[in-house]
Each structure stands twice: as C-alpha cells, then as structure tokens.
Design a protein around this ligand. Structure first.
Ligand SMILES: Nc1ncnc2c1ncn2[C@@H]1O[C@H](COP(=O)(O)OP(=O)(O)OP(=O)(O)O)[C@@H](O)[C@H]1O
Ligand SMILES: [Mg+2]
Ligand SMILES: [Zn+2]
Length: 261
C-alpha cells in the first residue's frame, strides 16, 4: 500500500497536498514539511477513551450545579497568581520557555508541593530517565510518597499510567517528545503534537485532572512546532529570563488574548 503524504505548515498547521514555499495560512516562508497521512491503524489493541465509558446525555441547563470548583493552590504565590489564584481541575496548561530556563525544575517543585498537600501527582518525562528525575529531586530536596515519576513517550502507555495512578495533577515534559504510535509522523511534528495535545485535553476534561505540558520554544520565540498548540490549551504560560540570572519571569498569555490579536 502506498503511503499518502501531505505537507503541513509547522507554524500554523495549514495542510496542503503539494509543497508550497510560502504558507497560505500564516504567510511564513519554508514552513511546509512533508508528513505521513495517518496510514496504519492502531495495532496494539484499542485505545480506551475514558470518555467512551460514559455516554453523555443532554440535561436541562437549570439542573446543572455551578458551585465553583476550588482551585489547587501551591506554596509559590506568584505561580498561583499567574494562573489566576491557583490550578483549575480539568485544565490543560502549556508552559513554554527557552532551553535551560528552568521549566522542568519549576514543574518538579510544583509537583512536590502538591504531593506534600496530599494531591496525587504523576510527573512524566520524555527527556530524562526516572533516575535523572530522582537526582534532580534530590538536588531540590524533594521527596513525597504521593509523587509518582515515569519516563515514557508513547501516549498510549502514558494514558494507561494515568488510569493506574489516578492522579490529581499530571506533568508532561515535553510535548515534543510524546507520540501516538498510529501516527506515522515523527515526535514533535505538527500532526503528533496536535493529536497528542488533543488526547491530553480529552483526558484532562473527562477525568478532571489538571495537566501541565512543557513546550520548547524556537529561536523565533514561538512554541516549537505549531502555533496551533497555543489555541488548543486552556492557558499558556511563558517562562522567561536570563539563563544565569537569579530571577525568572512567569508570564500568562490567555487564549482569548491570543485569538484577539
Ligand atoms: N529559578 C531558577 N533560578 C536559577 N537557576 C535555575 C532555576 N530553575 C532552574 N535552574 C537551573 O537551570 C538549569 C536548567 O534547568 P531545567 O533543566 O529545569 O530547565 P529546562 O527549561 O527544563 O531545560 P530543557 O529545555 O533543557 O528541558 C538547571 O541547572 C537548574 O538547576
Ligand atoms: Mg527540561
Ligand atoms: Zn502556516
């Protein structure tokens, strides 16, 4: 069987059957990259969606309770503030920043604080082994029974781990390393990033878990790969600063603002 390919803009996700020098979607030059069409079906059994376990039914709007879910608050007051007074359950948050700016460190610190407050936390690294994560935690004097670590890049296994651990808070470090086996494109490509983010969004929403995903930033300052990623999540945070300076700035970019630009 001949594999079908398409050309996808790595900036905005625009798709085309033929290659083009300039993307009609976002006017970026040389951003179209050949990617494989989803060719092979899932081979390793059925990908179990938690959403398919429960059938949604229409309900009268008057019967829906709207009591505000309490936000999860950390000991990092600035972190809470930038999120609008804490972490919202069921939300998907993208945290972007230059290499080495301290994304993994910050999220491991947040993870440990939540774990010490008896929240169950699953920290998944696609970039480091569990031993490397443990060494980082030791350097930060972090330890808690409620903090689970996993080194994995296959989203199917990540989903299984989430089902097993049933965490309140999940960290994915980084989205560019995660892949779905049934998609032929390489990890970090628009197709993979888009599919994986969509799946993580479904998991966050159906299970009421707060999921933080790390996104690398390109030289141009955009989250590596697709700009579309920023529109798929609930909140975008940028971590900025000078590598060797003591202070780092965490900046929130709401989706609404991005859309109005
Ligand atoms: N807030 C901070 N202040 C000073 N140094 C920090 C801070 N956060 C992290 N560092 C140090 O900066 C280095 C890089 O941190 P870290 O690995 O967390 O960055 P990263 O953004 O995850 O990098 P990468 O993009 O490579 O994954 C580490 O040596 C860490 O100890
Ligand atoms: Mg890192
Ligand atoms: Zn484009």
């Amino acid at each position: 069987m001949k594999k079908k390919t398409k050309f996808v803009c790595q900036e905005c996700g625009y798709e085309s059957a033929k290659w083009m020098g300039k993307c009609p979607g976002c006017q970026t030059w040389n951003s179209m990259v050949e990617e494989m069409e989803r060719a092979k079906p899932a081979t390793r059994g059925v990908f179990v969606h938690s959403s398919s376990n429960t059938i949604s039914k229409p309900v009268p709007i008057t019967t829906i309770a709207t009591s505000q879910e309490p936000r999860i608050v950390t000991d990092l007051s600035e972190f809470n503030r930038v999120l609008g007074s804490g972490i919202v359950k069921g939300s998907l948050v993208l945290i972007g920043g230059d290499p080495g700016i301290g994304k993994s460190t910050l999220l491991l610190q947040v993870s440990s604080q939540l774990a010490l407050r008896q929240y169950k936390v699953l920290y998944i690294s696609g970039e480091e082994s569990v031993k490397q994560t443990k060494l980082r935690a030791d350097r930060l004097h972090i330890s808690s029974h409620e903090l689970y670590v996993l080194a994995e890049t296959d989203l199917e296994y990540i989903h299984q781990a989430i089902e097993e651990v049933q965490p309140d808070f999940v960290v994915i470090d980084s989205i560019q390393t995660i892949y779905r086996a049934e998609i032929a494109s390489a990890p970090g490509s628009v197709s993979q990033v888009r599919e994986c983010t969509g799946e993580l969004m479904r998991i966050a929403k159906t299970k009421g878990i707060a999921i933080f995903i790390v996104g690398h930033v390109t030289k141009e300052g955009a989250i590596a790969g697709p700009r579309i990623l920023e529109h798929m999540v609930d909140t975008v945070l940028y971590f900025e600063g000078e590598r060797h300076h003591t202070y780092r700035i965490l900046r929130a970019v709401s989706n609404q603002m991005l859309l109005n630009n």
